[in-house]
Design a protein around this ligand. Structure first.
Ligand code: NAP
Length: 248
């Protein structure tokens, strides 16, 4: 069994977007990082290469967060390799938008299975080791859609609201064991998830953001890195919005 002297973080959905920026930020901050992704092997290998000079170990594994057994095996292997897991960030997420009247059962199920079951699978598997060591920080990626709701996103909004309830409940349950659990709720962030928007929708979105721009994955990653750091030692059960003011 390994015993890394670095702090160790898990990141789901680390191959692209906010997850990838989080992997980079945590490696910069001295974490060994084990990240997972669903299918994009090329992006994962590129990220491993890019972070080679960080002085820490960054390693990506193809794991579908909807599959409990695969998640358990990945987390057990990570604990075995590094000896401990200090932080977990759940960024894996998908959208399958449709007005409810047209929603297909499969669209509902895929989104809830990835966004909400995925968070449960990861936290369920990681929390026991953190409780034993009486230390840990978890950050779950929610969304402003989970706080306020977005039309055509009943599935996504429900999953992201679920993450908020889940994170607060877990924060209450595990605070006495030295574990902090927070949720981050981004607004529009410039990633693959948002570049799929058409020009009209993008213009409308921009005009409703007081800062008149979308956020960057790096800005969200810096907030996540802060939340898992000791600087945030007294923050738990919070839902931190990072949205350019769109929800004011
Ligand atoms: P993204 O660019 O689309 O990347 C999604 C990541 O999740 C990819 O690494 C993808 O892996 C991974 N993933 C998807 N399904 C998975 C599964 N079943 N198992 C394992 N990994 C899976 O997304 P993003 O924009 O960075 O979003 C990251 C998180 O922030 C999501 O939870 C999203 O809901 C939330 N968020 C985003 C925004 C935004 O404006 N972008 C706003 C609010 C909240 P592959 O590369 O292999 O596909």
């Amino acid at each position: 069994m390994g015993d890394s002297t670095n702090r160790v973080a898990l990141v789901t959905g680390g191959s692209r977007g906010i997850g990838r920026a989080t992997v980079r930020a945590l490696a910069r901050d001295g974490f060994d990082v084990a990240f997972c992704y669903r299918s994009d092997d090329a992006s994962a290998r590129t990220l491993e290469k890019e972070t080679e000079d960080s002085g820490t170990t960054v390693t990506g594994t193809r794991v579908d967060v909807t599959e409990a057994a695969s998640v358990r095996a990945w987390i057990a292997a990570t604990e075995d390799r590094f000896g401990h897991i200090d932080a977990a960030v759940t960024a894996a997420g998908i959208t399958r938008d449709n007005p409810l009247v047209l929603m297909e059962d499969e669209q509902w199920r895929q989104v809830v299975a990835t966004n909400l079951d995925g968070v449960y699978h990861v936290c369920r598997a990681v929390v026991f080791g953190m409780m034993k060591r009486r230390s840990g920080a978890i950050v779950n990626l929610s969304s402003v859609a989970g706080v306020y709701g977005h039309a055509t996103q009943t599935n996504y909004s429900a999953s992201k609201a679920g993450i908020i309830g889940f994170s607060r409940a877990l924060a209450k349950e595990t605070g006495r064991s030295g574990i902090r659990v927070n949720a981050v709720a981004p607004g529009f962030i410039e990633t693959d998830m948002v570049t799929a928007m058409n020009d009209k929708a993008r213009k409308e979105a921009l005009s409703s953001i007081p800062l008149r721009r979308m956020g960057t994955a790096e800005e969200v990653a810096d907030l996540v890195a802060y939340l898992v750091s000791d600087k945030a030692a007294y923050i738990t059960g919070s839902v931190l919005q990072i949205d350019g003011g769109i929800t004011i």
